[in-house]
Ligand binder design. Sequence first.
Ligand code: OGA
Ligand code: MN
Length: 301
Amino acid sequence: MGDRSSNVIVRPHTGACGATVTGVDLVDLDEADFAVVLEAWHVHGVVVFSGQHLDEAAQVAFSRRLGALENTNLRERDHGARPTTLTLANINRRGELVSDPEHKLNQFLRGNQDWHSDSSFKRISAKASMLAALQVPELGGETEFTDLRAAYDALDEATRVRLDGLVAVHSAAYSQNQAMPAVPLRSEEEQNLPPVTQPLVRVHEPTGRRSLFIGRHARVVVGLDEAESRVLLDGLLDAACRPPRVYTHRWRAGDAVLWDNRCMVHRGRAWDTSQARVMRRTTVAGDAPDGDTNEWAMTDR
Ligand code: OGA
Ligand code: MN
């Protein structure tokens, strides 16, 4: 092709994690520009693209460049009816606004308002997530991100030594019950999602940096009781999620934000549910180690 010169600009956020990328059209991104975006995503953990207005097919196509999509439908693990995108919206199936903050749907969405890494409750947790804003409220509804590599770097030596080798049990049933105790997970879903263990510290492969791996799905640290676990896990998360490691994204319709679940946690912020908030998420499955496969990876589409 011709000698198309690149207009990509990566601007790291000052006083916060992440970067904003301009000069890209995500539906028409050549290999050279994609490499710049990929590098920015690896280094900064979360990258922001404004004015993209991606349709579903375009969001899926871009996300697929990072790897196989993850099956995020907990009810249907079999092939066939699996969706490739997840709609997070206070809108019901009939397209009506669900404004009651205590409606089951809004309770479910509120679970996302605690810091987490997507799918950390899966044996091989998600690599990337991309959220696209379709409709946003006038106030609130921001999404915040924290870089847990920077949080690990900020730990004192005694804490690093203490964390070395520790693993936590992550459970979707636990975190969902915390968010909506009146509506427990269906038993078959629970069976599909047995608790898994994840190290408290992992190496972020693309950069080789160590990162904490914690969040709302982490229930207990193996070898500690529930109370000791809460003190440790909540203490780490609370210390981590502070400036300058946090970026608050104030959404405009058409924005797309891509983050790395291997080294970041994120949370949504509250908004007035009498206003619609409609977001579309794609999730890229985690890479399986050599000789293994990720049972949640949708390699067929
Ligand atoms: C998500 C998520 C928070 C938000 O899409 O995974 O946690 O602000 N979203 O909608
Ligand atoms: Mn999430």
